[in-house]
Design a protein around this ligand. Structure first.
Ligand code: SF4
Length: 401
């Protein structure tokens, strides 16, 4: 039985490396052209080449999104771009246009072609249709329930990819023009301003039926599918996708390592499914900055899956420092500070080779080489006594326990 793929997002090369080192089997990135989020992308062709080299050295894969819904004047340079991606050695491209799929089939021979969730695939006949056109995988709509996924798996011969974590659209994934209307930014060409999360006043003819105290928004809670992870593995889904190319390095590290450990533990079978899910749930909380729910998997979303009147995004201040170095003779770790913490705070360190391990902060030395009781300056390089070996690139966070 092939092990299920854990697929993580990366907005730049640093986050790509973090995702891979923390356990992603594959990473999806957007180039500067033909991609949703292309506006925010740091991946030009040279950087995509670096990303592919790094991923392949670590037995990981790179999928490149070519998933905008192209208008007539968006197509210039498409052939050259596809040929360049093929030559670089990317493992897959993700498309949301039959024309781009056909050009890729005609011009390239090395990468797989995956059908984007933008196509909202919810039935096996559609999967069959894209298979005939040459697709190698489909990314299903987020709007499928678990029982629908089982049927799709039974009746489809293409590998299936599903979302397990991250942002949801309150409209049909991406098929929404709210942002176009409110900000002139096209959600399907990478410009969504998340206008659904704004606060609105509601009018009935000329009467305001909500006032500033009862503002309305249409925001969905974020997806968290950890409860159905054992089911997704059992039914033979090929790939589990985490959303969030705009998310931070800390978020990526936390979410990827939580799912990595849960997947590995489920395959090993040494713990019950319930125990694995419970441990992962606790771990995922460390990076949560919006409320989450199980999306469409367990039931049709209702009021409890929405956020009314609030954007819901809180700043997560759990991440306090990144490890730059460790001196085993003095037990002093060199840290780069991200958020404040004090002497006596319970902290945890976790990394690619270190399970979350906690300790209480004691000896603290600031950048002026003075003993202190509090670190609070972002990016200050300091020393902290840590009673076990930590490594460059490990993350330090406040313990939730
Ligand atoms: S405005 Fe909201 S619902 Fe519309 S595409 Fe953006 S995130 Fe999705």
């Amino acid at each position: 039985m092939n092990k299920i793929e854990l697929l993580a997002p990366a907005g730049d090369l640093e986050r790509l490396k973090t995702a891979i080192l923390f356990g992603a089997d594959a990473v999806f990135i957007g180039g500067k052209q033909f991609s949703l989020r292309s506006r925010a992308s740091n991946f030009d062709l040279a950087t995509i080449q670096e990303a592919v080299n790094f991923a392949h050295q670590h037995n990981s894969r790179v999928h490149v999104t070519v998933n905008m819904i192209p208008h007539q004047d968006d197509l210039e340079g498409l052939d050259e771009y596809l040929i360049a991606l093929d030559a670089i050695g990317v493992d897959a491209i993700i498309v949301a246009s039959v024309y781009i799929l056909k050009r890729a089939k005609a011009l390239t021979k090395n990468f797989e072609i995956h059908i984007s969730t933008q196509y909202s695939i919810t039935n096996s006949k559609t999967i069959q249709f894209y298979k005939k056109l040459g697709a190698d995988r489909v990314v299903l709509a987020r709007e499928n329930s678990l029982s629908e996924l089982k049927l799709l798996k039974e009746h489809s011969s293409l590998p299936l990819e599903v979302f397990i974590h991250g942002g949801m659209c309150v409209n049909y994934s991406g098929r929404c023009t709210l942002s176009n209307y409110m900000t002139l930014r096209d959600a399907n060409r990478g410009g969504c301003a998340q206008s659904c999360r704004w606060n609105y006043e509601i009018f009935d003819q000329k009467t305001t039926i909500s006032d500033e105290k009862v503002l309305f928004s249409m925001s969905s809670k974020d997806l968290n599918a950890i409860d159905v992870l054992p089911d997704l593995i059992k039914m033979g889904i090929a790939s589990l996708k985490i959303e969030g190319r705009m998310k931070t390095e800390y978020y990526i590290a936390t979410i990827v390592s939580a799912y990595r450990r849960a997947i590995d533990d489920l395959y090993k079978g040494s713990l019950t499914s319930d125990a694995v899910v419970l441990a992962a749930k606790r771990e995922l909380l460390n990076a949560e900055n919006r409320e989450t729910f199980s999306g469409f998997y367990l039931s049709q979303p209702n009021r409890s899956g929405h956020l009314y009147g609030v954007n819901g995004a809180n700043v997560n201040q759990n991440f306090v420092a990144k490890v730059l170095n460790y001196d085993a003779t003095t037990n002093l770790a060199t840290l780069e500070i991200r958020n404040h913490f004090s002497k006596g705070d319970r902290l945890e360190v976790f990394g690619p080779t270190l399970k979350p391990t906690s300790f209480v902060s004691q000896k603290m030395i600031n950048s002026d080489n003075e003993i202190t009781h509090r670190f609070f300056k972002p990016m200050e390089v300091v020393l902290l006594e840590v009673p076990f070996v930590v490594n460059e690139g490990d993350f330090v966070r406040k313990s939730l326990l």
